[in-house]
Design a protein around this ligand. Structure first.
Ligand SMILES: *Cc1c(COP(=O)(O)O)cnc(C)c1O
Length: 427
């Protein structure tokens, strides 16, 4: 498609957008009385207008039934998480019995490492991306130390080549091959939070398995953003949070995937009563019998209020569908990249050039995030954007991250963002 950097063109694309009705289902923060340009759905998704209603339902049932709400509530709390398995399975490309909504992201990865990171003297290394999200770095190092190994030796990080911003897939595969006799686990993000790079999870999983390692992914920036196919890719385990692209509210309940092939293996795990066989959970007997699905990794009972917010958001995804979302996402992100490109052409002072480091035409899918190295005085530019009603995200030393999300961002948002940039850079 041939893009134009005009308001009229952006509005024409919005008029034709099959998802345009969803924008009005979200609550936007205001700046000087108008909606902000909200480009941080990759950090905290906006609140659906329905969320309050879903939470209120549970508050009312709690008031009405007290403890009986576990079974008497409209959506019985005892099994509330089960309502979320089907929609989550669709989002990650899994069978419903392979996913479970529970805990939070970093906690879930720790629990999954108990089962899937089982180092031996010969095989104790973990391969991951360099500059992973800090929580993941701390997590990996602490797991390695917990098992008595040295993080400096046991963690293999694959980094971008000198002068490059993203990691070449061939370099990841080569590193797996190189360490094939000592790898216990390959664990990476599905989408790197900093660069927005989507990793080729299919080929990485295959390479990891050929090397004899387990393979897991942190899907914080992938779920609800790109199409996933965990079951068919043969991924062993994965986990995610729900407050970024999934719009389920700050700190809301996370989720986990465990491939079906591991359900009956009786893997070691940290157990709790909610992972125990449902049919006799309340007999409160001594021996732990795990539910033979991903639910067998649950530990605690269900945080219903945050699950209600999660359900409100997932119902929107059920309605909109990932196909339509990724179709729009690709157009919208490319349009925004085009608008930025048009501005770059007119920047005389090359020191202020905006360099998009997110791969846009890779052979695998793109997400919606654009990471921009703001050459020159990036921090000042970012602050000015904020003062003009653009909510973006700043990462040291010089990166502005913007994520136009297909559920509630518009082509007009992208155009208006460009207009503001232009005012700031082309004076
Ligand atoms: C957002 C994010 C987290 C946050 O972890 P919590 O346990 O939810 O606080 C972890 N890892 C990655 C890659 C993230 O993007």
């Amino acid at each position: 498609m041939k893009y134009e950097n005009t308001l009229q063109f952006a509005q024409k694309l919005d008029a034709k957008d099959p998802l345009k009705k969803y924008r009005n289902q979200f609550l936007f923060p205001k700046h000087k009385g108008k909606n902000v340009i909200y480009f941080t759905g990759n950090s905290l998704g906006l609140q659906p207008k329905n969320t309050g209603k879903y939470i209120l339902q549970e508050l009312n049932d709690w008031a009405k039934y007290g403890v009986e709400g576990h079974f008497e509530a409209k959506n019985p709390w005892y099994s509330y998480h089960e309502l979320l398995s089907k929609p989550l399975a669709k989002l990650v490309g899994a069978k419903p019995e392979e996913v479970v909504a529970m805990n939070q992201l970093t906690s879930n990865i720790h629990f999954l490492f108990v089962s899937f990171y089982r180092p031996t003297a010969a095989r104790n290394k973990i391969l991951c991306e360099a500059k992973a999200f800090p929580s993941d770095q701390y997590l990996i190092a602490s797991q390695v130390s917990y098992h008595g190994y040295d993080p400096h030796e046991a963690i293999i990080e694959v980094a971008p080549r000198e002068g490059e911003h993203t990691i070449r897939n061939e370099d990841i595969l080569a590193a797996v091959e190189k360490h094939k006799d000592e790898l216990a686990l390959v664990f990476m993000g599905g989408v790197n939070y900093f660069s927005g790079q989507v990793f080729d999870m299919k080929s990485i999983t295959k390479a990891g398995h050929i090397a004899g390692a387990m393979v897991g992914f942190d899907l914080a920036h992938a779920i609800g953003n790109i199409k996933l196919n965990l079951h068919n890719w043969d991924v062993d385990f994965a986990a995610w949070c729900s407050y970024k692209y999934l719009n389920s509210g700050p700190g809301s309940v996370g989720g986990a995937f465990v491939h079906q092939q591991h359900h009956q293996e009786n893997l070691p795990r940290f157990a709790g009563w909610w992972g125990h066989d449902k049919t006799n959970r309340f007999k409160m007997e001594k021996t732990f019998f795990p539910i033979p699905t991903a639910e067998g990794w649950q530990v605690s009972n269900v945080p219903v209020l945050s699950m209600a917010a999660h359900k409100a958001a997932l119902d929107i995804f059920e309605n909109a569908g990932m196909n339509a979302l990724t179709n729009k996402s690709s157009k919208l992100t490319n349009y925004l990249a085009f608008v930025i490109g048009e501005i770059n052409k007119r920047i005389n002072d090359k020191r202020q050039y905006l360099e998009i480091i997110t791969p846009l035409n890779s052979s695998i899918t793109n997400g919606c995030q654009l990471s921009i190295v703001a050459h020159g005085n990036g921090k000042a530019l970012f602050q000015k954007l904020t003062s003009k009603g653009v909510i973006a995200d700043w990462r040291e030393p010089n990166v502005i991250r913007i994520a136009p999300v297909p559920l509630y961002n518009s082509f007009e948002d992208a155009y208006r963002f460009g207009e503001i940039l232009q005012q700031l850079l082309l004076k």
